[in-house]
Design a protein around this ligand. Structure first.
Ligand code: C5P
Length: 236
């Protein structure tokens, strides 16, 4: 199956820095050339709500990538605190391995105006890693990830974070409307760095990605806005 873009600009730039000035310089430069900005633990734990608001006020919708995972009540109340951030994040995430009840509790805290998505199996984990942690050794990471993606949908969440290589299976099992946010993206002419399971932006969109999380290929470029525009042009 070949899909086309579901967002006018599906690029989500990963601002992986603890530094507020660097983050602000990036979002200012990228305001007209990306669709989303991703802020994670590295930024949020250093800069808190004030730093978040400063970046979010630059006008690019924010994916707040904090991957909550705790008992249902704690995740629900934690998300209520995060939903008081201004402006509210466009996308926020939790771990699917927290279970159905945790995800259902999370859903109660997040209004439909913010997309709530789940991480299934971290792509840093191998089969040996998940089996050592006690997951069913008759099933591999892809099986466990698909099972958790189904559970995520059952809990009423909007979608998942997944690898480009998981897209075909996820789309086949969960349909066209389940939001897929996909890291591990490398334009054909850029370095893989530490990423192993990679795809080009165009092939990830064709395989069913809705949003592409792209860090160093944009943030490490001499002209980040030009790099983002070139990636967007490659999708047209
Ligand atoms: O620089 P790069 O494009 O590899 O950055 C990708 C971003 O996506 C980083 O913020 C990284 O932490 C995140 N990420 C990932 N793989 C996952 C989940 C998140 O690369 N499975």
């Amino acid at each position: 199956m070949t899909r086309t873009m579901t967002h006018p600009n599906p690029i989500c730039v990963a601002v992986d820095t603890p530094d507020l000035a660097k983050a602000l310089a990036l979002v200012t430069a990228l305001r007209d050339s990306v669709g989303y900005v991703k802020l994670g633990m590295e930024f949020f734990y250093a800069q808190g709500a004030a730093g978040y608001s400063a970046v979010a006020k630059a006008g690019i919708p924010v994916f707040l990538d904090l991957k909550l995972h705790d008992i249902p009540n704690t995740v629900e109340q934690g998300l209520r605190s995060l939903m008081a951030l201004a402006p509210a994040p466009a996308i926020i995430n939790i771990h699917a391995t927290g279970g159905l009840e945790m995800m259902q509790a999370a859903r109660k805290a997040v209004p439909a105006s913010t997309k709530l998505i789940a991480v299934t199996i971290l792509t840093s984990l191998s089969n040996d890693n998940i089996w050592a942690a006690g997951l069913d050794p008759a099933r591999d990471t892809a099986d466990h990830a698909l099972n958790l993606a189904r559970l995520t949908k059952q809990a009423g969440l909007d979608g998942i974070v997944c690898s480009p290589l998981d897209l075909a299976g996820v789309r086949a099992a969960l349909g066209p409307d389940f939001l897929t946010v996909v890291p591990g993206i490398r334009p054909a002419d850029t370095a893989a760095n530490d990423q192993k399971r990679i795809a080009t932006p165009a092939s990830a969109i064709a395989a069913g990605a809705d949003i592409l999380v792209i860090g160093r290929a944009i943030t490490g470029a001499a002209d980040p806005a030009a790099a983002a525009r070139a990636i967007l042009a490659s999708l047209a």
